[in-house]
Write a protein that binds this ligand. Structure first.
Ligand code: ADP
Length: 319
C-alpha cells in the first residue's frame, strides 16, 4: 500500500495546570487541578492522522530513557500509529508546561529534551509513504533535510510551521503544503504589510493554509482562494486544535479529498478538539467528525463566511 503518512517530529509529556488566568510576566497564579497529558506537536498530529483513518500512520520521534516516555508511546500506539523511535540516554524525554486558563487561553513552555536530537540520518526509508508531515519542534536543519529528501522521493511534503520562526528558503522550496496560524504567518512574512490574502499570495509554496481559530481557515492553492468558516462550538481547551487540523487535513488529502473537502474535514476535527481536554485525548475519530459535520450542515453560515472573507482581505474576490 503506498498511502502511508509519515509524521516526523516532537513528542512531549504535557504538565497541565488549570487556573483563572494565564500569569503575566513576574506573576504567580494559584492554579487548581493538575494532570499530565501526552503531547508534542508531532505526536498530536500523528494521533490526529491515525484517528482520521484511511491510511497507515507512522511516526519518527526521539524519546529519553525515563518514565515520561511510556505514556507517550502508549498514546501513539493506542491510536494505531506505527513508531520509529530514536532512543537516547543523553537527555530527558521532551516536556511541556501548560497553564490553561478558564477562558480556554493557554501559555506553554517547552523543554525539547530528546526532540532536539533528531538528525537527518534518522529518517526511515520512504517506500510506501505518500505524505510527510513536519512541524518545527525539532531542529530546523533536520526538518529541512527530511523535507528535501521526501521531495526528491516524490512524497508530498506538508509543514506546519509551528512554533513560529522564519523559514530557510531550502525548506520553503521543498514544501507542497504549508499550514500556519495567524501569528506564524506574520513571522514567516515579516516586513510584508497587508492583509492575509496578500501574505498567502506572497509565499511561493503551492498550497498555503492559514488557520484563524474561531473565525475558520483560509487557503490559497495556486491562484485560487478557499475560505472555510469555523464550526460553532463551545471550547474548553484550544491546545490541540491546530495539531488536530493539520493531522486531519493531511489524512483527508492522503485519501484523495480535494482541498475544500479536506479543509471542511480538518475544520470540523479542529472544532471538536476544542471541546475536549488534552491535546491527544481531545482528538476526535473519523466517525465522530462525520457525524458532527452532518449535524452542522443545516447551519449554512453566510454571515460568518462574509466576515471571514473581509478579515482576510477577500471581500471583493470570488472564492
Ligand atoms: P492554533 O492552535 O495552531 O493556533 P487555530 O486556533 O487557528 O490553530 O485552530 C485551528 C483550527 O481549528 C481553526 O482553523 C478552526 O477550524 C478550528 N478551531 C480552533 N478554535 C476554534 C473555535 N473556538 N471554534 C471553532 N473552531 C475552532
Amino acid at each position: 500500500m503506498s498511502n502511508a503518512i509519515l509524521v516526523a517530529g516532537s513528542a512531549n509529556l504535557d504538565f497541565v495546570v488549570r487556573a483563572a488566568h494565564v500569569p503575566a510576566p513576574g506573576e504567580t497564579v494559584l492554579g487548581r487541578e493538575f494532570a499530565t497529558f501526552p503531547g508534542g506537536k508531532g505526536a498530536n498530529q500523528a494521533v490526529a492522522c491515525a484517528r482520521a483513518g484511511g491510511a497507515t500512520t507512522r511516526m519518527l520521534l526521539a524519546l529519553g530513557e525515563d518514565p515520561y516516555a511510556a505514556p507517550l508511546e502508549a498514546s501513539l500506539r493506542g491510536a494505531g500509529v506505527e513508531l520509529h523511535v530514536v532512543r537516547t540516554r543523553e537527555t530527558a524525554t521532551g516536556t511541556a508546561f501548560i497553564c490553561l486558563a478558564d477562558d480556554a487561553e493557554n501559555a506553554i513552555t517547552v523543554a525539547p529534551g530528546a526532540n532536539a536530537l533528531l538528525r537527518a540520518e534518522h529518517l526511515p526509508p520512504l517506500a510506501g509513504v505518500s505524505h510527510l508531515l513536519l512541524q518545527l519542534e525539532t531542529p530546523i536543519d533536520t526538518v529541512t533535510a527530511y523535507a528535501v529528501a521526501a521531495r526528491a522521493a516524490g512524497v508530498t511534503v506538508v509543514l506546519n510551521a509551528a512554533p513560529a520562526r522564519e523559514l530557510p528558503t531550502a525548506l520553503l522550496d521543498a514544501l507542497d503544503v504549508l499550514i500556519v496560524n495567524e501569528g506564524e504567518l506574520a513571522t514567516i512574512t515579516t516586513g510584508l504589510r497587508g492583509r492575509i490574502a496578500e501574505a498567502l499570495t506572497h509565499l511561493a509554496v503551492p498550497c498555503v493554509i492559514v488557520t484563524l481559530g474561531a473565525r475558520g481557515a483560509c487557503a490559497r492553492a495556486r491562484g485560487e482562494f478557499h475560505l472555510r468558516a469555523a464550526y460553532r462550538v463551545r471550547p474548553v481547551d484550544t491546545t490541540g486544535a491546530g495539531d488536530t487540523f493539520c493531522g486531519a487535513f493531511t489524512a483527508a488529502s492522503c485519501q484523495g479529498s480535494d482541498l475544500p473537502d479536506a479543509l471542511a474535514f480538518a475544520s470540523a476535527a479542529g472544532a471538536l478538539a476544542t471541546t475536549r481536554l488534552g491535546a491527544q485525548t481531545g482528538v476526535p475519530a473519523r466517525d465522530e467528525v462525520e457525524k458532527f459535520r452532518r449535524a452542522q450542515t443545516a447551519i449554512a453560515d453566510d454571515d460568518a463566511l462574509r466576515q471571514l472573507a473581509a478579515y482576510c482581505g477577500l471581500e471583493n474576490r470570488s472564492v
